[in-house]
Design a protein around this ligand. Structure first.
Ligand SMILES: Cc1ncc(COP(=O)(O)O)c(C=O)c1O
Length: 394
């Protein structure tokens, strides 16, 4: 019996879109949201009655769980956000000052590219794209030559959501820090599936989403802000503290968390992280590597399929992007779903520059992203379907 069958009682796991959002979730994640809404629904931090205190404790425990997972010494330096997009916007707009120069990689998601483009259009910052190799890896030689006297920030996607390619984070951070440049890491594709150590990796700002590898619900995410970095606030409002003052509190996490938090979603996120810790992130990573290798190798053997990103799964998150010669990606996705019940994502995946780097712009790719609950049978079923489609279209 597959892990998927054990968890859901369903025979078929045809979900290959974990890079968009993970599914299924551990059973405890589903239950936690319901329990929180039915039994513990108080407004965290807003008064002293039992339910608010319970909600407050839950949020504190979730903050502690995130801190333990990313080896962050002070949980108060982690703020909860709506998703990774929200976290990246808070980081970019809260950190950057007029006149700053920003470096970003070609593998960034639109949640980085669009805020930066807007800031540039408005004349606030200047930006430079760090080119990437055909396999989706930021070019370190290019980076070395791209710094300017006013460069203040480097934004780096930990793993590409198009090819899965893992960036050489340590080298990039060392390079930036040697010039006094801070680094914002987008861990949307790696949090929960690849080990991240914010302290030993010297990360300044770490944005993550709760609904992908962390196995939590949508509407959750967060940002770690290294001690000593004070971001400008994007919103001010209720925090339940210092209510007599018209200035928003400066202490973290309240400084960057105005308004009632998503305690229902965070209850689920806590259970997602608990599940990851129980399984062990090494086991999760090993399983995903072996599933990806199996998928990549079987696809490699099919003539007329072109694969993108490294063959070595050690260098990748659990993503395989491909195209079929002379065939529209959207059509492949349509047939996979409608004839085989297989769900994946096709097109540009909100990362147009990444596709320019790997040579698939503007058509994009078919992206398969198996998860921890995918197994060998799922891959065999998927490969069978793709072989039939290749036979049909060629
Ligand atoms: C690399 C990357 N960054 C940012 C995001 C945005 O995540 P969210 O939808 O949680 O805001 C995604 C989501 O696909 C992503 O893959």
């Amino acid at each position: 019996m597959s892990k998927f069958e054990e968890q859901t009682g369903s025979k078929y796991n045809r979900y290959f879109d974990n890079a968009a959002t993970s599914w299924p979730k551990p059973e405890a994640v589903y239950k936690a949201g319901e329990i929180q809404m039915r039994q513990a629904c108080g407004n965290p931090g807003r008064s002293g009655h039992t339910r608010t205190l319970e909600a407050d404790r839950l949020i504190y425990r979730t903050r502690e769980a995130v801190a333990a997972l990313f080896n962050i010494a002070d949980p108060a330096r982690i703020i909860f956000t709506l998703n990774a997009t929200d976290a990246l916007n808070i980081a970019l707009k809260g950190f950057l000052e007029p006149g700053d120069h920003v470096l970003f990689t070609a593998m960034e998601h639109n949640s980085v590219l669009r805020p930066l483009a807007r800031l540039q259009r408005e004349g606030l910052v200047t930006i430079t794209e760090i080119l990437s190799t055909k396999e989706g890896c930021p070019d370190l030689d290019f980076l070395e030559k791209a710094y300017q006297p006013d460069t203040r920030l480097l934004v780096c996607n930990h793993a590409s959501n198009v090819t899965g390619t893992i960036a050489p984070l340590k080298k990039m951070i060392d390079s930036a820090h040697s010039r006094g440049v801070k680094v914002l890491v987008d861990a949307s594709q790696t949090a929960g599936t690849i080990k991240i150590d914010a302290q030993s990796e010297n990360i300044d700002l770490l944005a993550f989403t709760g609904h992908k590898g962390l196995l939590g619900p949508t509407g959750t995410g967060g940002l770690y802000v290294r001690p000593g970095l004070d971001l400008k606030t994007l919103r001010e409002g209720g925090t339940g503290s210092q209510s007599d003052q018209d200035r928003h509190p400066e202490t973290m996490p309240e400084r960057l968390e105005a308004g009632t938090l998503n305690s229902v979603g965070l209850a689920g996120l806590l259970e997602g992280i608990n599940f990851i810790q129980q399984q062990g992130i090494t086991l999760i990573r090993d399983h995903e590597k072996s599933i990806r290798t199996n998928l990549f190798t079987q696809l490699q053997a099919i003539k007329s399929i072109k694969l993108y990103g490294p063959a070595d799964s050690e260098l990748c998150s659990s993503i395989v992007s491909f195209t079929i010669d002379n065939t529209d990606c959207g059509e492949v996705g349509y047939i996979l779903e409608n004839s085989y019940g297989i769900l994946c994502r096709t097109g540009l995946h909100c990362a147009p520059l990444a596709h320019k780097a790997i040579g698939t712009f503007p058509e994009g790719t078919v992206r398969l992203s198996p998860g921890y609950f995918s197994n060998k049978n799922d891959i065999d079923y998927l490969i069978g379907a793709i072989k039939e489609i290749v036979g049909l279209v060629n």
